[in-house]
Design a protein around this ligand. Sequence first.
Ligand code: ADP
Ligand code: MG
Length: 210
Amino acid sequence: MSEPLLHLDGVEVAYHRAVTAVQGVSLKVPEGGVVALLGTNGAGKTTTLRAISGFIGLDDARVTDGAIRFAGARIENQPPHRLTARGIALVPERSKVFENLTVEENLQAVVPRAGADHRRLKAAVYALFPALAPLRGREAGYLSGGERQMLAIGSALACAPRRTAAVVGAASCSCVEARARYNTGRFPRAPSGYAHTRAASRHRRCDPGE
Ligand SMILES: Nc1ncnc2c1ncn2[C@@H]1O[C@H](COP(=O)(O)OP(=O)(O)O)[C@@H](O)[C@H]1O
Ligand SMILES: [Mg+2]
C-alpha cells in the first residue's frame, strides 16, 4: 500500500510544557481521503488539528512525542506558514474570517501555495459556494454563521491545500454542501472514502521538558 499523504503516529501534545492534552493519536489519511475525528468536548480534536497545521505553537503547545508526516516528511512543530507552503490549511472553529474585510478581500488575503494560480482558486471558491458570489463586497462581519463557514472553508481552499481533509465533529450544512460539490469534481479529484478515528485524551501533569 502506498504511503498515506498524512500520517500521525502516537502523537502527544502538551500545553505550556505542563499539561498533556492528547496522547497516542494515530491516524492515516490517504491522498484524497477524509478522516473524521470524533470525540467528546475536550477529547483533543482541535488540538490534534492545530498540531497538524502548526497552530499549537501560538498556544504555547508542542508535539512532545510521536511523529506527524506529510507527503513523507516529518512536519511536527513547524510554524503554520511553512506548513501552508507544503499544502496544509486549517479551517478554524472560531475567528474564522477577518470581520473588517469584505468576502473578496478575505479570499485575496490568503497566500496560496507556491506556484498556485490565486485567481483560478478564488473563482473555484465562488463556484463551490455560489451563495458567496453576490456577497463579494460585503464585510465578513455582516455574514451569517453559515456564510462565514463557507468563507472560512473557501479561504482554506484558496491556500491551494493538498487534497486531504480532516472533518471534526458534526458537519455543518455548509460542510455537507462543500463535500457534495467537492464530490462533483469542481475541485480536482474527489475524496475516495471515509475512515473514522477517535482522539483519546488523557490529562496528566508532566514536568517541563519531560
Ligand atoms: N490553550 C490551551 N491551554 C491549555 N490547555 C488547553 C488549551 N487548549 C485546549 N486545552 C486543553 O486540551 C484538551 C483538549 O482540548 P481540545 O483540543 O480543545 O478538545 P476538543 O476540540 O476535542 O473539544 C482539553 O483538556 C483542553 O482543556
Ligand atoms: Mg474543539
